[in-house]
Write a protein of this length. Structure first.
Length: 338
C-alpha cells in the first residue's frame, strides 16, 4: 500500500504511535506479544520506514550500499544477491542499495564523494580503478569495507581471495593434464586492472612451479571484458598460428568466449585444448562442455565483509583488517580430473 504512515500502522494495530516506533526501532523493552501485534499490522499494510526519518530518530537508516562496476556482469549480480540475503539476516536486518561505477575512475570517485548523501549506514565497495590514496582521502566518515583485489589503504578493511595462489592452482591443474603450451586469456589490452595483474602473476608462478617458462606470446588480451571480445581475440591468435593446449581464463566470461572460438574451428575441448575459468558463475555448470572454474567462497566473503562493516558502524576505529577467504577449483568437463 503506497503512502502508509506510522499513524496508519498504530490505528490498525490499536496501539500508540510511540509503540509502533519502538517496534520499528527495535527497542528491547517492547513485549513479545506487542511486537508480534505491531509487526502483523506492518506486514498487512506494507509499511516501510522512511530512511531519513529513521536516521533522525536513531542515527541509523537500516540501509547499506554495495558499490561495484556493473550489475550486468554475472559475478556481481550473484555477489549482490548473496550480500543482500546475508545483510537481511544480520541484527538489525539491513536492506541493500546497489551503486554501479561502470568500472571508471570517475564513477568510483563519485561513489566515494557522494557517500550516498547520508542515506546508508555503511558501504561495501569493490574498486577497480581508483588509487589507494584517493580511497583514503575521499571516503570520509562513512563506514566502509573494500572487496576484491584493488588497492586498499592500511586504514580500511578489505576482504578478498588469494588471486595469485588461485591462478597458480588453475595453471598447475592444466599442467597435471599434460598441457605445456598454456595461454592466459581475457585480460585488458590496455591498462591492466589489479585483478588481471594478480591473476597473470599467479599464472606465471604456476608455470614456473611446474618447470615451464612463461612466454609473453601466450598472453591473449581482449578489447573488452566480454565473451565476444575474448572469442575474437582467441580466434585471431589461433588463426595466426598460435599453438596452445591449455587456457587459464581471467574469468568465466572469457572461458565462454573460448568455448565459442574453439567450437567454430572444430577444436575439441578438452582433448585438444583444456580450459579453466574463474568465478564459478552459475552458467559454467550448463555450458557445453561445462567449465572447470576457480570458485571464490562468496558466502564467506559476504559474511566476513558484513561482520567487519557492522563493527565499523558500531564504532570500531582501528587500523584496517585485511582478510582472505577461501577458494576451490571446481573441476568439470573443460579440464577434467588429472
Amino acid at each position: 500500500m503506497a503512502g502508509v504512515r506510522l499513524q496508519d500502522v498504530a490505528e490498525h494495530a490499536g496501539v500508540s504511535m510511540k509503540t509502533v516506533s519502538n517496534v520499528v526501532h527495535e527497542h528491547p523493552h517492547v513485549s513479545h506479544a506487542m511486537r508480534e501485534r505491531v509487526q502483523k499490522a506492518i506486514d498487512e499494510l506494507g509499511y516501510r520506514p522512511n530512511a531519513l526519518g529513521r536516521r533522525l530518530a536513531t542515527g541509523r537508516t537500516g540501509l547499506l550500499a554495495l558499490a561495484f562496476a556493473d550489475v550486468r556482469l554475472p559475478y556481481f549480480s550473484e555477489l549482490a544477491n548473496l550480500v543482500s540475503r546475508a545483510a537481511a539476516q544480520t541484527s538489525p536486518g539491513y536492506r541493500l542499495l546497489l551503486e554501479e561505477t561502470e568500472g571508471t575512475l570517475e564513477g568510483e570517485r563519485a561513489v566515494l564523494s557522494a557517500s550516498e548523501a547520508g542515506l546508508v549506514d555503511g558501504m561495501l565497495f569493490q574498486p577497480s580503478q581508483i588509487s589507494s590514496r584517493e580511497i583514503a582521502e575521499r571516503h570520509g566518515d562513512l563506514p566502509m569495507v573494500l572487496l576484491g583485489e584493488g588497492p586498499a589503504p592500511l586504514s580500511m578493511d578489505r576482504v578478498m581471495i588469494d588471486n595469485v595462489s588461485a591462478a597458480a592452482a588453475a595453471t598447475r591443474h592444466l599442467v597435471a593434464l599434460g598441457r605445456r603450451r598454456i595461454a592466459f586469456l581475457g585480460h585488458e589490452a590496455q591498462a591492466l586492472s589489479s585483478t588481471s595483474r594478480l591473476r597473470i602473476v599467479g599464472y606465471q608462478e604456476g608455470l614456473e612451479q611446474s618447470g615451464l617458462s612463461a612466454d609473453p606470446a601466450l598472453l591473449i588480451a581482449s578489447d573488452e571484458i566480454t565473451p565476444a571480445a575474448s572469442a575474437a581475440s582467441l580466434g585471431a591468435a589461433i588463426d595466426a598460428g598460435l599453438k596452445i593446449d591449455g587456457i587459464v581464463c581471467r574469468d568465466d566470461l572469457a572461458a565462454m568466449g573460448a568455448l565459442r572460438a574453439l567450437h567454430e574451428r572444430g577444436i575439441c575441448i578438452p582433448d585438444d585444448i583444456a580450459i579453466v575459468g574463474w568465478d564459478n558463475i552459475s552458467f559454467t555448470a550448463t555450458t557445453f562442455p561445462s567449465i572447470t572454474s576457480i570458485a571464490p567462497d562468496l558466502d564467506s566473503l559476504a559474511r566476513v565483509a558484513l561482520e567487519m562493516l557492522g563493527e565499523r558502524i558500531a564504532g570500531f576505529d582501528g587500523l584496517g583488517r585485511h582478510r582472505l577467504v577461501d577458494y576451490e577449483l571446481v573441476v568439470r568437463e573443460s579440464a577434467p580430473p588429472a
